[in-house]
Design a protein around this ligand. Structure first.
Ligand SMILES: [Zn+2]
Length: 253
């Protein structure tokens, strides 16, 4: 939501990552070509989420066992979905790695399945899209980008065993491991975003959220005028942010 009448507030930036369950289905064979689903026992659902607000210091998490309904039904994500809907509803901009194709759509699909209404509109920043647009990394996985940029790695997880421990066994140790894993993903996402932010030509204009001046990406007023930017039919002053390094243009001259 836009903070009408509160110009001192900046855009509410939400960094988010979710973990989902595998689909539980039956099959007559373990390997192709006959390994197709006979019937679905349980559809995919959301296991947990980690998130950080741009204006806060800590990464928060919510996992299914945090909700009272978990004792009755370990596979019910409806209460978690209410939490997620409220987060999206409050956000002006949602940042996620592959969020446009996965996290946000996956959350949407669980919201509608649980009978929830859509959150208020928000902009998105997909760090996977941004990385693909600006760079030619050998891999655009968050883990690898973190490694290239010396910003850290994802926590290695035990894959199938970890998911099985949470989904089928409800094992508190597995849930704790999942929580550490998910939390680290958001911490890494924030660091990777900060590094590639100046390289995003289509970053939302942060100045519009509180009528500030300066750099549209980081709102720093420490900007220098450097030459002109010629577009198809206009010419504009060109500016360089001395804090984040982003280049941008002003009004037509
Ligand atoms: Zn800047």
């Amino acid at each position: 939501m836009l903070h009408a009448g509160s110009p001192h507030l900046s855009a509410k930036l939400l960094f988010i990552d979710i973990e989902t369950s595998p689909i539980l289905l039956t099959s007559w064979a373990l390997r192709p070509p006959h390994a197709s689903a006979v019937y679905v026992v349980r559809d995919t659902y959301i296991l947990m989420a980690s998130w950080k607000w741009g204006h806060e210091k800590t990464v928060k998490t919510a996992a299914l066992p945090d909700f009272p309904g978990y004792k009755r039904n370990r596979h019910d994500d409806s209460a978690l979905c209410v939490t997620l809907r409220d987060l999206l509803d409050e956000a002006d901009i949602v940042v996620a790695h592959n969020g446009d194709a996965f996290d946000i759509k996956k959350i949407n699909s669980r919201l509608i399945t649980n009978g929830l209404k859509p959150p208020s509109p928000f902009k998105t920043i997909d760090t996977l899209k941004a990385a693909r647009k600006a760079f030619k990394f050998d891999s655009n996985k968050l883990d690898n980008i973190g490694r290239y940029l010396n910003e850290g790695r994802k926590i290695p997880n035990t894959g199938a065993a970890l998911w099985r421990g949470c989904v089928e066994d409800g094992d508190p140790k597995a849930w704790n491991a999942m929580r550490r894993y998910c939390k680290q993903d958001t911490e890494l996402l924030v660091r990777v975003y900060e590094r590639i932010k100046p390289w995003m030509p289509n970053h939302p204009d942060m100045r519009l959220y509180r009528d500030s001046v300066g750099c549209p990406t980081c709102e720093s007023t420490n900007v220098q005028r450097r030459g002109v930017m010629v577009k198809l039919t206009t010419k504009r002053h060109r500016f360089h942010c001395q804090d984040c390094g982003h280049w941008f243009s002003g009004k037509p001259i």
